[in-house]
Structures are given as C-alpha cells and as structure tokens.
Design a protein around this ligand. Sequence first.
Ligand SMILES: [Zn+2]
Length: 508
Amino acid sequence: MKNSIPAALCAALLFFTPQMPGQAQPRPQPRPAAAKPKLVVMIAVDQFRYDYLTRFGARFDAGFRRLLDRGAVFSSAFYEHMPTVTAVGHSILLSGAMPSVSGIVGNEWFDRATMKQVTSVSDASVQPLGAKGKEGASPHRLLVSTIGDEIKMLGRDKCKVVGVSIKDRSAILPAGRMADGAYWFDKPSGNFISSTWYFPDLPAWVKKFNESRVVDQWKGDQSYGRMAETKTGNDVVEKFAEAAIEGENLGRNGGIDLLAMSFSANDTVGHAKGPDSPEAEEITFHTDKVLGRFFSFLDRRLGLANVLIVLSADHGVAAVPELMRQRRMPGGRIAPRTVLDAVSAALNDKYGEAKWVLGAGGSGPYLDHDLIRRSKLDLAEVQATAAAAVRALPHIARVYTREELRRGLASAGLIGARVRNGFYYQRAADLVVVPEPYWLFDAAGTSHGTPWNYDAHVPVIFLGPWVKSGRYAGRIQVNDIAPTLSELLQVEPPSGSSGRVLTEMLRR
Ligand SMILES: [Zn+2]
C-alpha cells in the first residue's frame, strides 16, 4: 500500500511540465480524474495532541505515516472555543459551527426547561435500539447542519451518511441530524447500538455484526468495558467501520457517501496516564497500525483515489500536574467541588441558607433562577456575588458571568474570544470559570476542557487526490474543515459554519 500512488494523482501529475524562466505561467492543473470523492471519511481521535505526530512520528509506519507523507498536514490548527471537550469538538468537526451557534456547549449541562442534567445527545423522546433500560440518544440538541446533512439535502436518495464510535456523542454529533445511522458501543452487552431517531429497528448488518461476536477476539478475560477503553477499543471501532462500509455499501451508492468515525480509547488512556506516558505513546502506535489496516481495506474495496480522508481530534490534553511541578512549570489540582462549594457558601452567607445551585456544566454552576426571583433578588447581582467568591480562590485565571457574556463584556484576547465562542445563552451556566494554565479540577490523572493551547491544538490532515500534499504552517481553525469540504464536494456550507476554505491546499 505504501508504494501505490492513487491513479487519479498519477493522472494529475502527467499534466505537470516544469517551467523555464521567462516562460508563460503554467496553466492551472486540471482537476483529478474523479471530480468528487465517492466516500468522505472523517476520522477523529479522541484526545489527540498535535505533538503526538512530531514526538512519535519517526516510528510511524502505517496509517499516520501515510497521512503525514502524502496528506496536507496543518501544524497550527486550533479550536477557538471553551470548553474543549468531546461533545463540542465532535460537533465542530463537520458543522464548522462554534458552540455559541450549534448549541452543543459541553458534554453535559443543566437543562433549564426540564430542570434536569442532560447530556449533549440524551433524548427521552427516542428509544434505544440494541440495549435495554437505557435512555435514548439523538442529535436533537444540535441546532445546525453538518456536511452530511448538506449532502443529504442535495441528493437525498443517492448518498449515505453514517457515524461510528465507542461513545454515543462521538458517533452522533459529527454525522448530523439526517444521518442514515449512528452507532455506538454498549459496554455491558458488547454490542453496537443506536436509537429510534434513525430507524425503527437496527439494520440487518448491525445485528449480524453483533451476533457474530467478532469483537470477542479482543476481549480475552476482561470486560467489554475494559476492552473498549484500552487500545483494543480502536480495533473494535475499525472493524465496525468496515462492516458499516460493507453493510451500507458506502462509496458505491452513486453519490457522495460520508463515514464519521471516532476512536475513543485514546481519551481514556490519556486521562489515566497523561500525554507524556509510555501508555500514550503505545496507544498512538497502535492507532497508527489500526489506521493502516483501515486504509488498506478502503484501498482494496474502493481504491484510495476515490476516498477523501480527513483526520483530526476533538481536543488535546494537559500534562499531569505532578510532572509539571518536577519541570518547574506551574500547575496543580483544584478539588473538583471547590467552585460549587465556594458559590454555595457565598450565596448562603449573603442571601440566606437555600439550595442556590441546581446543577453544573463542567465547573460552571447553574443557579436556581426561580428561587432568585422569588427572593426578589437581582440575577446579575447574585451572579456577581458568586463570581467574586470564585475569583478569590487560588489559581483561578478568569471568571465570567452569564449576564456579562450576554452583554458581550468578555475581555479581548485569546481567552475572552474562546469563552465567547463557547457561550450559548439559553444553555449557559451562570459562571464560566477558567483555571490558570496547567491547573486541573481533577483529583487524579489529567484532563482537558480549558481554552489553553495544550487543550486546543490538534492535527488537521486531509488526504486524497483533491489536495496538495505538504506541510501547512499557517494558523487555521478546526472549524475550517467543514467549509473546505463544502467547496470540495460542491455542497452548501453547513448552516452555522464560521471557518474559511483552506484554498492553499486545494488542487485545481
Ligand atoms: Zn476526555
């Protein structure tokens, strides 16, 4: 596979003639043989820092090797929002929309309409398919279109869109609202499941995959949960992606099909061990192998010249604070309840004992607005009291209130801009709390979610005969993936996309 140049790329190269000085400018190269990809594959690796490519790159010899050697590699791609968490990153990949527009403001938040803590994809109006006693999941909270939705709206019956991951949100959000199916892994049963949002019953190929117990080859004596959360979880996702391509005939439906797949295990390993651990290195090499296998499958089945591959990540991660201390860098741990406790104490103190805090999104508290109204208090003033208490805590860099953000009062600069882009008024917590760099609200391991660059810097790589391979050092946003795909596929840009077209890499 390493030595096979896609046929369309060869065709494009034939048209290239070296120019002598003084000659007329070369005519623009014609587009490659296949005008449009038959299949677009969006690959997300959950919690994957850009520097994994540079730190571990010398040892890659499979999938990452191919991407780095033949792809258009953007080395300064950033997320420009907070919180940098799984649901938000995955919602941006193919919508190009900030959380301030898409409404996907976190992995979970407190829903003021139902007075319940919800996840980005939880949906009581749909039924789970393939697992009993679970809450249903769907893209109903996603307010914007994705590339998949735009493809479907253009050529409804000729294009298929499928999402695949271990995590529900990572399968559902990139695929979008009109997807033919999104599938995620049910840890108790070891099955891939879905919901009635997509269909009344699981497709036959999914049932067949589950019944075959093909995933048991990676299970051994451990639980399915453990299998999914360690490197073998990536083998499982890859195998199911192959089954989805075969089951839905992706790439052969006469239009442009789209597969969004996300490897979740890298996140679990990273949380537990940190980005500088041998375990992070090991799972990165394993991912290289899994991607190599997947690309070989695509090449055999469809020919890689017909496939456009995009690889990115949903967020990065911080180094383990104890290691940072050894490095004489800042960093440490803030006990998880610190912010909520400080808010409750300050409000009890000033306005009397009551249950002022209803829920949380990340470290941001959701205050009881009814209680504040009944107590004839001013909401903005109560928020300011809470904010002052949090600001007084050690190692808190910034605190914004919901009313300040609604009125556009976030400070200028990197942090203010990223906080503003993460702010959707109807779903926002009453406070947005930003810790100092390398400070975590976690008792062990490490995490992500802040606007600092270690959480925001991720790879963006395009691979296929439609792009010029090479290294692109200019700063881009992950939000640029979606509008670039619209240009390449000639579909409308998704409704909330705020990025630009990466014209510098387009082969024309
Ligand atoms: Zn994570």
